[in-house]
Design a protein around this ligand. Structure first.
Ligand SMILES: Nc1nc2c(c(=O)[nH]1)N[C@@H](CN(C=O)c1ccc(C(=O)N[C@@H](CCC(=O)O)C(=O)O)cc1)CN2
Length: 295
């Protein structure tokens, strides 16, 4: 048996078409959503991802605003740039590209983002809302994973999901997302301190590899027919992107995300969705304010 492909590229293309229609509708009311990006330093991977985000914006009609800062940017300079975006009315939402250079504090930077403009769902207030199950922007990779599974008919309700990796951008928020009533999955969150990783992955209907360890999860560690979601984006010696699953899993799994072409494109599509959603909400709020003022 060869697994079915959970094609993130195709799914993201369909989502982008849907978003194009929503952006066109906003345009009829004179509203253009705008995404800002803040990139500090010259990490080649981050530059590729930020370039991709601006290309995506152009494809769906979202305006984009790019702030590129040198690697030696100080804490105060970064704070100033973030505050400028908070005040910029043309910017519906923005992101601070991660990782930041080591001398800058990511939590501090994310904490400065106006929660109403948090396009990544990674600001402290947004993560707090996720814990409290209140509406708010959702982190793009976890949201993209749920959307990819849903659109491919992979059942989440009642599923045993093993998430390998406890990072703040993927593992932890994904656990929170999957255990909401609307998803209703049971989640085991594994990490470097987990004693018997294979015992947990073997028990799971869905395994998410978000550890950043190439080939960590092999065919003997999964259940026959399981759905596998590969979040790993490690570069090998030849510069090729490699994931957390070994190639032999394709013969045993039911569904597998290709890598590249799986989770990455979904992350980008969900960023656009967060920006369009924020623009729609800001427009609805302005409309109800105007109605209230008219009496
Ligand atoms: N502020 C953020 N920083 C980071 C995030 C994030 O969601 N917000 N996630 C990652 C990087 N990332 C987005 O920023 C990201 C990584 C990979 C891809 C992607 O589409 N990858 C392609 C391959 C691209 C290539 O040719 O190299 C794929 O997997 O098919 C998109 C976004 C860390 N930082």
């Amino acid at each position: 048996m060869t697994a079915q492909k959970l094609d993130g590229k195709a799914c993201a293309a369909a989502i982008k078409d849907e978003l194009k229609a929503r952006v066109a509708e906003l345009a009829e009311h004179g509203v253009t959503p705008g995404l800002g990006t803040v990139l500090v330093g010259d990490d080649p991977g981050s530059q590729i991802y930020v370039n991709g985000k601006h290309r995506d914006c152009a494809q769906v009609g979202i305006a984009s605003l790019r702030v590129d800062l040198p690697a030696d940017t100080t804490r105060e300079q970064l704070r100033e740039e973030i505050q400028k975006l908070n005040a910029d009315a043309t910017c519906t939402g923005y992101i601070v590209q991660l990782p930041l250079p080591k001398h800058l504090d990511e939590h501090e930077a994310l904490g400065l983002i106006d929660p109403a403009k948090d396009a990544d769902g990674l600001a402290l207030a947004s993560l707090g809302k996720l814990v409290l199950m209140q509406p708010g922007p959702l982190p793009c990779t976890p949201r993209g994973i749920v959307e990819l599974l849903r659109r491919n008919g992979v059942e989440l309700a009642g599923a045993e999901v093993c998430v390998v990796g406890r990072g703040t951008t993927v593992g932890r928020p994904l656990g929170l997302l999957l255990t909401r009533r609307s998803e209703n999955a049971t989640v085991t969150l594994c990490h470097t301190g987990t004693k018997e990783l294979a015992a947990h992955t073997r028990n799971a209907d869905i395994v998410v590899g978000a550890a950043g360890v190439p080939g960590l999860i092999t065919a003997d560690m999964i259940k026959q027919g399981a759905a596998l979601v590969d979040v790993g984006i490690t570069r090998n010696a030849e510069g090729r992107q490699v994931g957390d699953f070994a190639d032999d899993v394709w013969e045993k799994a039911g569904w597998v995300t290709p890598n590249p072409g799986g989770v990455g494109p979904m992350t980008r599509a969900m960023l656009l969705e967060n920006v369009v959603e924020a623009a729609e909400q800001q427009f609805a709020l302005a409309q109800s304010g105007a109605r209230y003022a008219r009496g």
